[in-house]
Design a binder for this molecule. Structure first.
Ligand SMILES: Nc1nc2c(c(=O)[nH]1)N[C@H]1C(S)=C(S)[C@@H](COP(=O)(O)O)O[C@H]1N2
Ligand SMILES: [Mo]
Length: 204
């Protein structure tokens, strides 16, 4: 089980503690149709493979839990969230990237996306969560699968994930194209794209 060690009682700069778990996203909540649902791995995969898991197969992948804090860029944080699901590193082990992959685009319903550096994707806390607090996710929190990237702001974790694209160069995802920082490290307060240093992300 992964656990995020953070300084006792400390939140990243500019964040405040939130009680309860708000629902935050753009657009409608998609309806889950198990017979149509799949999780695809595409782009620069090792050996050009195109792995795909249906919902039963995805549910049978190795399950792990992570306890970590959750930081929304709109300045609320929740501490000690327990996520259950499939470690992103497990996905990368079962469906490996080609050697020259540097970034991953995580794709969700309705074309929502978020880009991550491969090292952030492979981080020991990054998890494709199916459960929170021991219970299956609710529809509005991302059922059946959402990504959680505790070391990045929460927009880096798409709800209703449908697949990942391995990339050999960086490309901006949905919010990264719309004013949010390409990297999104809450401890460095990387909130907005205007704060990016040269090299933090592709040209806007
Ligand atoms: N598909 C999708 N996932 C998304 C978003 C979104 O707009 N669409 N918003 C993100 C943002 S900004 C946050 S803070 C978290 C919120 O997750 P929650 O609603 O479970 O608290 O989801 C992230 N994942
Ligand atoms: Mo957010």
């Amino acid at each position: 089980m992964g656990r995020h060690e953070h300084p006792e009682g400390q939140l990243p700069p500019g964040q405040r503690l939130q009680r309860g778990w708000p629902v935050t996203h753009y657009g409608p909540v998609p309806r889950f149709r198990p017979e149509r649902w799949d999780f695809r791995v595409f782009g620069a995969t090792a050996h050009g493979a195109r792995p795909v898991w249906n919902h039963d197969e995805f549910s049978a992948l190795p399950y792990t839990t992570v306890v970590a804090d959750f930081h929304c860029v709109t300045k609320f944080s929740m501490t000690g969230m327990e996520w259950g699901g499939v470690a992103a590193a497990t996905i990368a082990r079962l469906a490996p990237p080609a050697e020259d992959v540097t970034h991953v685009m995580v794709w969700a319903e309705y074309g929502f996306s978020s880009n991550l550096r491969i090292e952030d994707f492979l981080d020991d806390l990054t998890i494709f969560a199916t459960h929170a607090g021991g219970q299956p996710l609710t529809a509005e929190h991302g059922f059946p699968v959402r990504l959680v990237v505790p070391r990045r702001y929460a927009w880096k974790g798409p709800k209703w994930v449908r697949g990942i694209e391995y990339m050999t160069a960086d490309r901006r995802g949905f919010w990264e194209e719309r004013g949010y920082h390409n990297l999104g490290d809450p401890w460095s307060e990387q909130r907005y794209s205007f704060q990016e240093a040269p090299g933090d992300g592709p040209e806007l």
